[in-house]
Design a protein around this ligand. Sequence first.
Ligand code: MG
Length: 410
Amino acid sequence: MVDKTLAIIVAGGRGSRMAGSTSIDGINSPKQYLKLNKRTILDLAINKFTSHNDVDAVLVVIHNDDKKIYHDTLTPHDKLLPPVIGGNSRRQSVLNGLTAAIDLGVFSKVLIHDAARPFVEEQTIAAVVSAIRPGHGAIPANAVVDTLKESNPSQHVRKTISREFLYCAQTPQGFMLADITRVHKKADRLSQDQQTKQAFTDDASMFEWDGLDVELISAPASNFKITTQDDLARAKQIAQTSREMIMHPDIRTGNGYDVHAFEPGIAIILCGVSIPFHKKLKGHSDADVALHALTDAILGTIGAGDIGTHFPPSDQQWLNVESSFFLHAALKLVKEKGGILNHVDITLICEEPKIGPHRETLRAELARLCDIDIDRASLKATTNEKLGFIGRKEGISAIATATVSFGDRF
Ligand code: MG
């Protein structure tokens, strides 16, 4: 059945807009063969598609002069087809790729992508593929956010243009293979008729010119095309940050300890859950020893002192307050610093009450309060082998560990 999706990566360009040196290992080369960390921009772009579940094969269109560098710098992949040699223009190069795709006879959808966009996101590719249907193309685009000025030839403002409904077109641009091939061939015939000068700077503009529909898929501006030296510097910075995040991830662990004594009562509160018992825990707030230890552990991941720093027991406003309030305040501080709570682990130490029968209830409430999946919330309990004040059933202590990660991984 002919229902496969092909990604065509257009890599035949000479990078004429990249002023200055574009050398790789001392040899001048087109920008798509420059390296970000250890891999070329083209290799990184190819990898976005070979590793994508919605893409069945990848075909790269290269310049005739680049055969050696292409093979020398490529990461092999089962989905990667032999490269096709491009033409004298981007349009001609895409047409060569489309013709090769038609000849293979197994593809119904095609994505056409610029080699110089190595930061395209997985979700963007998936959204474009799923929007393609006959007579209907889809392209990722980001809304224009800057104020737009139209200039006169001497670079003085002629007027300000409304940016409403204006988007910057990105790639991959997705179409039915039969549709875009027909449109490309039509444009090719037109280009041979020198009477008409029709400039197409992307594939969608040909589709529009033929009266077909093109849907805009919202995509992040991070899917930018590396065109100028400034873009290259930005790309290197992103790649470097990403590498550092992988090599040296910012994952922090905090610990916390708390203890509360028993006094006569009817229930104790642990992890926000009230457990009927003939004693209660003595304290200024609800004396939830588990959440107090955890709050200290969370504050520990950002070096933000302890629960007493933020909520001094001398302050009457914390009288009888629910301890989830303290926990949420600590989590908010972590979030404001860019942290994501990955995991919490609490050990309760007491001779009584028996924690076992309540354990899963406490754990579920702990996960809910921390807004994390249940398998990221651990609750354990042990006795103190009848030793010391815990052994004499004078109170409960708790130790807690929190793990928080910081920073985005690109
Ligand atoms: Mg306490």
